[in-house]
Design a protein. Structure first.
Length: 299
């Protein structure tokens, strides 16, 4: 078969739309062309994928290889499609069974030696993959993130060879740790925020904090430097109820999209953000060439 299809996920804002990686091998001068609105990072996948396949002791097709990332109108950024592109090339060249790929989605950047490197936005992809009831294969460094989504069938691998063993020999990949097993550690993590009971004085301000937390009101703290405004604000999350499962996943998804480390020890703790007074509008509300969440969204 000279045509193969593999599924992956893009990252657009906080959404992870499906991307179909189509590969066709035809007669002609040897070469690899990637189409479908790829940006520089995706176009550079050609060399990473070629080296990873060769270092996995497999054959890179010596014919014309065309890879299409559909839908074409969706911008493609980064190396998150490397693994899917490599597998689609191997399937199109009949080095992999195509039927094993139908129920899977693949995310991961390939190193030249075939190792899988982590990518951002795995959590939104895991949520959408769960809705489609497909197995999501991610790099080992993203396993904790994918395992936070209950009901998502996910596995992780450290290199391309491990994924090939799963597809060819039926080897079962290690499952990403589900949230039900992590929740005990997540809830009991050490508290890094301040307890309102340990703050001396400021009785009026503490009363205002309690009212704002109980009623869900906005609160403005005003005063000269050194009077305890930041200290009082850091105590507010301890007064708020723990996040629900969906709320915690939404907060974690925003951090994943922003390429920030997930705070698993305070997974159900309401987020607290402390932007500097010189923060730019873009850092507050988000934006940039590649739109990222700002402090408002992260809070």
């Amino acid at each position: 078969m000279s045509l193969a299809t593999v599924y992956s996920r893009a990252l657009v804002g906080v959404e992870a739309p499906l991307v179909t990686v189509e590969t066709h091998i035809s007669n002609g001068l040897p070469g690899l062309a990637i189409v479908g609105l790829p940006e520089t990072g995706v176009r550079e996948s050609r060399e990473r994928v070629r080296s990873a396949i060769l270092n996995a002791r497999l054959e890179f097709p010596s014919r014309r290889v065309t890879v299409n990332l559909a839908p074409a109108e969706l911008p493609k950024v980064g190396g998150r499609y490397d693994l899917a592109i490599a597998l689609s090339i191997l399937a199109a060249s009949e080095q992999l069974p195509m039927e094993r790929l139908a129920g899977c989605e693949f995310l991961g950047e390939l190193a030249l030696g075939g190792e899988l490197r982590s990518v951002s936005g795995v959590l939104p992809a895991a949520i959408r993959s769960r809705d489609c009831d497909r197995l999501l294969v991610v790099p080992v460094d993203n396993s904790n993130e994918a395992g936070l989504v209950k009901g998502c069938r996910s596995g992780y691998a450290g290199e391309l060879k491990e994924v090939l063993q799963m597809l060819v020999d039926g080897t079962v990949l290690p499952a990403c740790l589900p949230a039900t097993q992590q929740s005990q550690d997540l809830v009991k993590g050490p508290h890094t925020l301040h307890d309102l009971a340990n703050i001396k004085g400021q009785s009026l301000a503490k009363r205002a904090l309690q009212i704002a937390a109980a009623g869900g009101h906005n609160l403005l703290l005003k005063g000269p430097p050194g009077t305890g405004k930041t200290l009082l604000a850091s105590a507010l999350p301890e007064l708020l109820p723990r996040l629900s499962e969906d709320e915690a996943l939404e907060v974690a998804a925003l951090r994943s999209v922003a390429n920030l480390k997930l705070e698993l020890t305070d997974f159900y703790q309401p987020p607290l953000r402390s932007p500097h007074h010189t923060a730019t509008p873009a850092s507050l509300v988000g934006g940039g060439v590649r739109a990222l969440p700002g402090e408002v969204s992260l809070a």
